[in-house]
Design a protein. Sequence first.
Length: 575
Amino acid sequence: MAITGVEQESKVLANPTEKDVESSTPQSTPAPSELEPVVTFKTWIVVCFLSFGYGLCFWPVPTAAAVGTLVSADFGQPNAYVWFVPAWTISVTVSFMIGGANTDILGRRWFLVGGNLLCVVGHLIAGASKQTGNPNMITAGMALTGFGGGFCQMAAFALPELLPNKWRHIGIIIADGTVYFTILIAPITARYSYEFNNWEWNLYAPGIFQFISFLGLLFLYFPPAHPAGLPLMQALKKIDYLGIFFFTAGCVPVLIGIVWAGIYASSSAYVVASLVVGFAFLIAFGLWETYGGTPHPLAPTRIFAASWGRDFTAPALALSITNMFYYSSSILWPTMTTVFYTNGGADWVYATVLTLPQGVAICSGALGLFLFGSKIRHWRWQLVVSTFIVVLFGALLGLATPYNMGTMVAFLFISQTAFAWSVPLSIMLSQLGVQHKDLGISGGISGSLRFAGSAVATTVYQTIFNNEVTKWTPKLVVPAALKAGLDQSQTTELLSALGTSKLATSFSPAVVAAASEALKQAYCKGIFLVAMSSMGFGIVAIIACLLCKDVESKMTNTVSDDPVAALIVRCVLTL
């Protein structure tokens, strides 16, 4: 039987001295912030289901990154993969903004429950593409999973509100727990399942587990249906429908245009038209949110302006930019392993093993914050230092050569460990920088910024890398090959044969060795420029961290200082 009202709060605890965070605050001398909280077993069950849904919706992303190019080639459409991950990112950016603010007036329950169900369908559609031979089904499945994932990832603020403020960083880590597992395991299972010709089960399996998460939330997660205290019809009238339209009509073309900028020339009509139309709608969105007078805007200016931006804008900006370093590393490290360390990816088992440092590092960073964050305290300085380390060692990846794998593993590990320490702190500071009634709004905005930044970073870094390698390849390969005995008339043929089996069969071993070594140096140039570009973004992130406010005074035993939040906790479970 679900807890349906405050009248059931008088239920006597088995232990009269127990202070259950699901129950009303007892009338006693200590203030709520002084009482040591007890989070019940039932609450932890819901916490786990929220975490499962949060992480499993992300599963297709590292899967597509690991085997997307191979699957596309098997389908006979080798370029289809370019839309796999962007389809997820674009969808999650839109759904985060739509869902964030509206969970504050419509409640979190059906967004989280429905999001998990959408992800289940998305997993199944993407997996079924193998039987149909249509890679567009993967794109469609990724888009649907991304849209549902935006709702699932609202667990990042639905989950911490079940826990005391002083445990909020732990709540965020738990919410991210399945994401860390996904980042660690999904690339490995994806490659193995591909090599054994059953890669569809790398999508079906998370769909099955996500369905379990859907059932768990459906039957156990019962927050208030209308946390703002409004009847359903009145709440529906307060939804910012025009804001949703402007944001969607602006965000989607802009992000599509950014992806096209990595495929076509920047002057292409595909790129120009998408960006012009998209930014026009985003400007309209900003004007509407500022001057439209809507009763419940998606992105109210008061949140951005609070304390001159130090309460919310600074940590949200830090989150968006720091998150880019996951994607820069996810471009640079696989490139290094393929080009430098695994003979062009021929040794796929060793290449799979080399995916582990990034995943293990992220898990280690999260565990470190979980264990030591509350002991270190000084939350703002933890954020500053961890972000500085992310930026420093992320930029040092630019020193990669074919001969310093150990050094690169160390730099990658340190950077990604700090990344997993920094991101939860950014989320925590952005949450604690707003009133609880605006928690959904802050989550929607910061989530959209986070994934929009990811989409921009992926395209910008990949474009920089490709352009730099293209520029340096003839400059380095041709002189090296000529020195090794290549005839001048064969230079064009040599350049077209690079990266293909034709290279070894059409040229002498000396020319092949010289050209291959020179090509690696061209890749070093591309890696260096991407790393330096990421450092430019990173400096902005460090400045944003320095501008954040410290939240030490808010890290108390209090679950929330808002009565609506207390009601959420009291009503969250079934008896």
